[in-house]
Design a protein around this ligand. Structure first.
Ligand code: SF4
Length: 208
């Protein structure tokens, strides 16, 4: 598949793009879980409070769920997130702190979907991963890199269509491009650096 747009975006955006500020494996996994439907900078503001109250997996597994809810309240969906977080901590605690390393095993953990699993193996294991969030999905489709209507379909199209050596970089770059230019409602096509390569660029009547 033609990668001109990706190549150009990859040359423009920084080499090191990271959204969640965690490097310890369990804390990173938990942070991705908490980042659903909210902004990463909000998660980055809340997690230090969470870790100072519950410094390790065992303490989080034994935590009062209402206390977790109170700490993560501002991140939205806090009942579900607190329940999943406590269940995740319990599961990892029962495994002696060991976190699985494959997507297939990770998605069996409480609250862990394919996006979270891909994020984890990419960030913690430095493994190739296609991380499909709302920004990536929108930009991949507008650039003609994928056509599916579900994150899993888009992930498989990217896996099939592109060499694994660029999956992770593509995940970061398209995500960032979606945040900076290719907005859901009003993409800034006039200022977009890949305007000339994009079949979906906006004309006067809207997205083609
Ligand atoms: S030209 Fe417009 S639709 Fe295409 S990638 Fe750029 S911002 Fe998105």
């Amino acid at each position: 598949m033609d990668t001109k747009a990706f190549d150009m975006l990859s040359s423009i955006y920084p080499e090191d793009i990271s959204f969640l500020k965690e490097d310890e494996p369990f804390r990173f996994l938990a942070s991705v879980l908490l980042s659903a439907q909210t902004r990463d900078d909000y998660v980055n503001a809340v997690t230090p409070v969470l870790w100072s109250r519950f410094p390790d997996v065992h303490e989080l597994a034994c935590a009062d769920i209402h206390e977790i809810e109170e700490i993560i309240h501002s991140l939205g969906f806090f009942h579900t997130k607190a329940r999943n977080l406590k269940a995740l901590a319990s599961e990892i605690d029962a495994r002696g702190g060991a976190i699985p390393s494959s997507i297939e095993e990770l998605v069996r953990l409480p609250g862990v979907g394919r996006k979270t699993a891909n994020c984890y193996i990419n960030h913690i294991n430095a493994a190739p991963a296609v991380i499909v969030d709302t920004h990536f999905m929108r930009v991949a489709k507008r650039l003609g890199y994928a056509h599916g209507n579900s994150p899993e379909e888009v992930e498989m199209e990217i896996r099939d269509g592109f060499d694994s050596s660029i999956w992770s970089r593509m995940s970061m770059v398209l995500n960032l491009h979606g945040r900076k230019y290719c907005h859901a409602r009003k993409p800034d096509c006039a200022g977009c650096p890949v305007h000339d390569y994009c079949k979906s660029r906006q004309d006067e009547s809207g997205l083609k």
